[in-house]
Design a protein around this ligand. Structure first.
Ligand SMILES: Nc1ncnc2c1ncn2[C@@H]1O[C@H](COP(=O)(O)OP(=O)(O)OP(=O)(O)O)[C@@H](O)[C@H]1O
Ligand SMILES: [Mg+2]
Length: 239
C-alpha cells in the first residue's frame, strides 16, 4: 500500500532524514519507534505532504505522491493524526469533526459523523461542548475521530498515547487494534515501544534519521538492542 524509498528531509541546515526506506502492506499495523529527534514525525509529515523531501520517493497505492499537495493526499485516503493532537480548542467537538469531513456530500457527512459517534460515544455526549473541556484521552479520541471522517485507507498516528494515563493508553491501543481489524491500515509512531510492538505486525527502529533495525514486531520485542534501548533495559513488553 505504501512504499517509502531513500527519503531525505532537511529543515534548513538540519538534515532530519538521511535516507529512510520502509513499506506498509494493506491490512498491517506497522510501528516506527525511536528516541526523541530520530525523525519519526518528519517521516509521517513527508508521507502526508506537509514537508517536501529533498530526495527519495513515496508511493501510495501505486501512485507516486512525493510531490503531491497535502490536501490531495488526504483525499486519496491518507489520514494523519499529528503529534499533540492539534484539535481546535475554541470550537466544539462537532465543529472539529466537521473540519475533518468530506463536505461535498451532506448525506455522507451525516453517515460519517454517526460512525464516529458510534465508535466514540463520549464524543456524542459532548458534541456541543468546547473541545477545550475534553480530557486528554477524549481529545485524542476527537483527533482520531476527525481523521476517520475521511474514511482513510491508511492512518498515520503520531504518538497517540502521549500524556495519557495507563488505563487510557490501554483504551487507545484497543481502539487502534479495532480500527485495523475493521480494515484500516496503520502506520503508528510511538515512544511507548512496548505497547506499540505488542500490537504491531512489523516495526522499524529509527536512529538519527536512519532505519537501524526492522522486522516482525515479535522479533524486535526480543532483540537485545531494542530491549536495552527502548524496553527499559531488559524488562521486555512481556515482563
Ligand atoms: N520545523 C522544524 N525546524 C527545524 N528542525 C526541525 C523541525 N522539525 C523537526 N526538526 C528536527 O528534525 C529532527 C527530527 O525531528 P522529528 O520531530 O521528526 O523527531 P521525532 O522522532 O518525531 O521526535 P519526538 O519523539 O521528540 O517527537 C530533529 O533533530 C528536530 O530537531
Ligand atoms: Mg515526533
Amino acid at each position: 500500500m505504501l512504499q517509502v524509498q531513500d527519503l531525505r528531509v532537511a529543515y534548513g541546515n538540519i538534515q532530519a532524514l538521511h535516507g529512510i526506506s520502509l513499506s506498509v502492506a494493506e491490512g498491517e499495523i506497522v510501528t516506527l519507534i525511536g528516541a526523541n529527534g530520530a525523525g519519526k514525525s518528519t517521516t509521517l509529515r513527508a508521507i502526508s505532504g506537509l514537508v517536501r523531501p529533498r530526495a527519495g520517493k513515496i508511493v501510495f497505492q501505486g501512485q507516486d505522491i512525493t510531490r503531491t499537495p497535502a490536501h490531495k493526499i488526504v483525499a486519496m485516503g491518507v489520514g494523519h493524526v499529528p503529534e499533540g493532537r492539534k484539535i481546535f480548542t475554541e470550537m466544539t467537538v462537532q465543529e472539529n469533526l466537521e473540519l475533518g469531513a468530506y463536505i461535498a456530500d451532506p448525506k455522507r457527512f451525516h453517515e460519517d459523523l454517526n460512525a464516529v459517534f458510534e465508535r466514540f460515544p463520549r464524543l456524542r455526549e459532548r458534541r456541543r461542548q468546547s473541545a477545550s473541556t475534553l480530557s486528554g484521552g477524549e481529545q485524542q479520541m476527537l483527533a482520531l475521530g476527525r481523521a476517520l471522517m475521511l474514511r482513510p485507507k491508511l492512518l498515520l498516528l503520531d504518538e497517540p498515547s502521549m500524556g495519557l494515563s495507563p488505563r487510557l493508553v490501554q483504551e487507545i491501543f484497543e481502539i487502534i487494534v479495532e480500527l485495523n481489524r475493521s480494515g484500516t491500515t496503520i502506520l503508528l509512531v510511538e515512544q511507548n515501544a512496548a505497547m506499540a510492538l505488542s500490537i504491531a505486525h512489523r516495526a522499524y527502529v529509527l536512529e538519527t534519521g536512519r532505519v537501524v533495525l526492522d522486522g516482525p514486531a515479535q522479533d524486535l520485542q526480543n532483540h537485545p538492542a531494542v530491549k536495552a534501548a527502548y524496553l527499559g533495559g531488559g524488562q521486555s513488553a512481556n515482563g
